[in-house]
Write a protein that binds this ligand. Structure first.
Ligand SMILES: [Zn+2]
Ligand SMILES: [Zn+2]
Length: 207
């Protein structure tokens, strides 16, 4: 991979937060700061990452719970797919209103579309729109890695019974939208352990 990846579980339902750091510079990215902002910020400091932006795989509360504090501390742009943008400013849509801790964030700085490239240092990630878990769910692909959010898990896929979810769409995303992602790609999901596309194509019943 062109960058190193540090992952750890954050927030009330153990979402994976990822910190990426370009191998040739200190530039990096935070993906899904779902909670425990102090933990995320101290990891950033420890790694010596110069964070360029915060990228979100989708707008659910468990992936944005630490966003407010991390953004405040780093003062960098927040990126999310255009169809999930409103979730940041709506405690019902990001589901936090239903878990007893309503959370609303500032609006996103950049609304992403399928095929956008986001770069940091010498690295870049391509936005692959993968609706199904939410309308604006995306995977970030680059440097031999896929950050698959709640679209693809090791051996499973994300729930589709939340507003905006669709089983048909998530299966289309998994089988068709991710079809060109090479088998050697490491998969870093929004929850649970990492995997590879090869393992998922061979063993995941949803493929
Ligand atoms: Zn979710
Ligand atoms: Zn989640």
């Amino acid at each position: 991979m062109d960058f190193s990846v540090k992952s750890f579980e954050v927030g009330p339902v153990a979402a994976n937060c990822y910190i990426l750091k370009d191998n040739n510079s200190n530039a990096g990215v935070v993906i899904d700061p779902g909670g425990n902002p102090e933990k995320i910020l101290s990891a950033i400091k420890e790694m010596g990452v110069e964070v360029k932006f915060i990228a979100l795989t989708h707008g659910h509360f468990d992936h944005i719970g630490g966003l407010k504090d991390v953004k405040k501390a780093l003062d960098v742009p927040v990126l999310i797919h255009e169809y999930d943008g409103d979730m940041l400013i709506d405690a019902k849509r990001n589901l936090s209103a239903f878990v007893g801790a309503p959370g609303e964030m500032e609006a996103a700085d950049v609304l992403l579309k399928d095929g956008d490239n986001i770069s940091f240092g010498d690295c870049s990630l391509r936005v692959i729109s993968t609706p199904g878990h939410t309308l604006g769910s995306v995977c970030f692909y680059g440097g031999g890695a896929l950050f698959s959010g709640d679209t693809l898990f090791a051996g499973s896929v994300g729930r589709t019974d939340f507003p905006g979810g669709s089983t048909e769409e998530i299966l289309n995303s998994i089988r068709n939208r991710l079809a060109k992602v090479p088998s050697a790609t490491k998969v870093f999901p929004g929850h649970g352990p990492a995997s590879t596309m090869e393992i998922e194509r061979e063993t995941n019943p949803f493929f």
